[in-house]
Design a protein around this ligand. Sequence first.
Ligand code: SF4
Length: 483
Amino acid sequence: MLIVLNNLKSHYEIEQLTRMFTKELTVVYGTREQQAENQDMLYVNRQGEDVFAELSLNGKVYAGTAKADEDEDKMMLDVCAVLYKMYTQAFDKKLAWGMLTGVRPVRLMRNLCKKYGDIEPVKDIFKNRYFVTDEKIKLCSDIYKLQKNITDSCQPNDYSLYISVPFCPTRCSYCSFVSVGSTNASKLMEQYVEKLCEEIKYTAQTAKEAKLNLKTIYIGGGTPTAVSAEQLRRIMQTVKDNFDLSAIKEYTVEAGRPDCTTKEKLQIIKELGADRVSINPQTFSDEVLKAIGRRHTHADFVECYETAKEMGFKSINTDLIAGLPLDTVEGFEKSLKGCIELGAENITVHTLTLKRASNIVTGNQNNSYADVEQMLAKNALLAENGYVPYYMYRQKATLQSLENVGFSQPCHESLYNIYIMEEIQTIISCGAGGVTKVVGPNGELKRIYNYKYPTEYVKDFDTILKRKDEVTEVCRQFGFLND
Ligand code: SF4
């Protein structure tokens, strides 16, 4: 579809909204007359007091008008509301999140609650202005209420530490993360671990100078257990030697892949202070696991999970994905029930996202996806079994524009997941692909990027350390260093 914009400054909101209905689109600025006729086209033209929108699709024409406004953000909100109504008619579909395109609906709700001083008018805005369904408004407000004590108790000087290990045994077909296959990367992995340990030590020093207080640690990736047991021990020993673990509230290691998470590695994780691990089945079907390029079976997952359980970790998270190729609504329900029966303290239900760099998309794999909305409706089983939703985020290109939700047994909510998704606490990141986010006292956010790929990270490591120095500088700007 062609989008033609006239007398408008930006196309971002219109493009994001349109992508939830159709993926193939081109945006140009100009007048309608400059475009070829007989094609599917949205024309948005600001003229005088009004913004006119006209959609020609499959030989039918839909039209609407919004008020022009000096406040561009407000005007775009009104334009998108007009477009959303036109699209629901033209494409004959409504979206559960209505016209909301953002990644963080709970944060939006929190900010609006601050503005209006109460949640009721905010629910009304979600329903009547953004066209969100009652079911999603309830999900969002339940999470907002559960998080409130946690978000309110964050102090400006608090921070969490994220450590990235961007290696995996094989690449899952839906993945677009910057993770390197570990099978042929032993030299790179060794160089990486060495530099990572240096960065961890430097970060401890930086955080001390910036007068920050460590609250949680998260070692993620990739799959941190893709490195050898000895390398994992070195990374975690460096953390232990350089940070005061007695003062932190949570320490997680992603042990996501049962095909590289051995008993020895789980023991190291436990011994060196982590109290939470994530062991991810994704699905309980071996057929689906094979279709997505995971090298392990369901039985491997259960064995790995039971081993971790016996070791006495405080919380174990299990990730599931709704909408995987070959999966069915019944298959998804079986996976969900399986995680509940195992007694996992956290169950995170992702909705499949068709990321542009993933093998599913680049390989043009012609999959048919079961009704993912029906799959997510099975999440009701979690509430029936005492789980509560505690964090949520959305991604671009997710099937049916749905969401990812973390569910938890009471008192097992992962603080790190809340901090990172709500962007309410500083996160200092180490390793390739890491992004440090320093959060100021009024919610301002300053991002400092590490290199994306492990090869660049190892090669130009001096730059990584120099960028760490910026953390102290930003903390100074935010006033953390003033006594
Ligand atoms: S384990 Fe995770 S990071 Fe690794 S390839 Fe699979 S989805 Fe990507």
